[in-house]
Design a protein around this ligand. Structure first.
Ligand SMILES: [Zn+2]
Length: 406
């Protein structure tokens, strides 16, 4: 039914948007539609809370067995919804895949999907890592466990935001900013990956998920104080990007929306964000070889040509032409920077100078420069609210609250 309402509201909102007088109503309608669509993707049951849910594939458990321990009320259900086992505590037991199906300690279950449904305050440990929410267990074609954790988005983002911020600039304001961005990203995935068995894997870059292990009191506080807040652009969620230090100017974001470049005053004034690296042609060839871009034969080639093809309005490198012998590559500036180990090229905001047998790179900042600049945001957080900072780095986007904390 939620899906049906969503389609009606979406149609209504498209028609109504033609009239500027209805703009406010349209925003409200679109927010409701957005909200309902996320609920539709979560398959929530009526007794569950109003918050949207996200499903995370726990890739660390992609094995033929794991250990399960539960503290609190639980039910193990079959694919048809039949309760196979229930209790208030489950001692540590081994879950294994056999040719006949699952074995859990001495119990055997049929070879179909299992759902471990937990009470809200119950905690399940899977191979010693604690999780809340529900666990869906399936068997892969190659007889391995596919474990999916279904939890509220609020619970999920409390586990992933702290790792996204370098410890030297970690404060509550930056955590709140990241909570809003991570919630926006999670809702975006919930929408785009709606039909899939899961929306994100536990080892996704910047979103490494290890259940309750990666939650802290500070991350939970940041999530609670921004409950339900997301960043919208033209009434849609999107994937907000971030980086450590822009070096003076951010660059338009890839994808939709792209946002325009903003001048970041704290980076612009900071001379410590300048860097220089001299790299020999032989080292560059070694790096290309290690990245499987050239062969051992080609590494011996004496001809190496690097040329910047495109820059943004503030001279950040967007694309590069690279030629080793007869082999030609086109890389983005950030792809090229990432090839180099140990922060040799910390950003794609650089100029290049040819020297004998190599190149000198002179640059500024750390990272790709798209979206939020964490260093600039940290400095701005002394005088500005997290919402103002987000709206500064994502011009035209705005923060709104789609639900309240339960
Ligand atoms: Zn900056």
């Amino acid at each position: 039914m939620d899906q049906h309402i969503f389609h009606i509201l979406a149609k209504l909102s498209i028609v109504s948007f033609k009239s500027i007088h209805w703009q406010h109503h349209c925003i409200v309608i679109l927010q409701i539609a957005l909200f309902l669509s996320f609920h539709a993707c979560s398959n929530r049951s009526p007794e569950e809370s109003n918050m949207p849910f996200i499903k995370i594939w726990l890739k660390n458990l992609f094995l033929q067995q794991c250990w399960i321990e539960i503290a609190g009320e639980y039910e193990i259900q079959s694919q048809s919804g039949k309760v196979l086992q229930h209790g208030k505590k489950l001692e540590k037991k081994r879950l294994q895949i056999r040719s006949s199906g699952w074995t859990l300690g001495g119990d055997e279950f049929q070879k179909d999907r299992l759902l471990i449904h937990l009470a809200p305050d119950a905690i399940i440990k899977l191979s010693d890592v604690p999780y809340q929410g529900d666990i869906i267990l399936q068997i892969s074609d190659d007889q391995k466990i596919i474990a999916i954790n279904k939890i509220s988005i609020e619970n999920y983002i409390a586990s992933v935001i702290q790792q996204q911020i370098p410890p030297e600039i970690l404060n509550i304001a930056l955590l709140q900013i990241h909570a809003i961005m991570a919630r926006t990203q999670a809702l975006f995935l919930c929408h785009t990956e709606q039909k899939n068995a899961f929306q994100i894997a536990s080892d996704a870059p910047d979103f490494n998920y290890s259940g309750l292990l990666s939650q802290s009191n500070l991350s939970k506080k940041a999530v609670q104080s921004t409950a339900g807040m997301v960043l919208l652009y033209q009434n849609n969620v999107f994937q907000p990007r971030y980086h450590f230090a822009c070096g003076g100017y951010t660059t338009p974001m890839e994808g939709s929306p792209s946002f325009f470049s903003v001048c970041c005053p704290h980076c612009l004034q900071n001379q410590d964000l300048s860097w220089q690296s001299a790299i020999s042609a032989a080292t560059i060839q070694q790096i290309l070889y290690r990245a499987n871009l050239i062969t051992l034969q080609e590494i011996k080639s004496t001809s190496l040509k690097i040329q910047v093809l495109q820059k943004d309005e503030h001279q950040r490198v967007l694309s590069i032409h690279l030629q080793v012998g007869n082999k030609v590559f086109h890389l983005s500036g950030w792809e090229m920077a990432k090839l180099f180990p140990d922060n040799t090229l910390p950003s794609n905001y650089f100029t290049m100078k040819m020297i004998d047998h190599g190149l000198i790179f002179e640059g500024r900042g750390i990272g790709h420069g798209m979206g939020l600049c964490q260093y600039g945001a940290f400095a701005l957080s002394e005088k500005h609210l997290p919402i103002e900072i987000l709206q500064f780095y994502f011009p035209g986007a705005y923060v709104t609250r789609l639900w309240k904390e339960n």
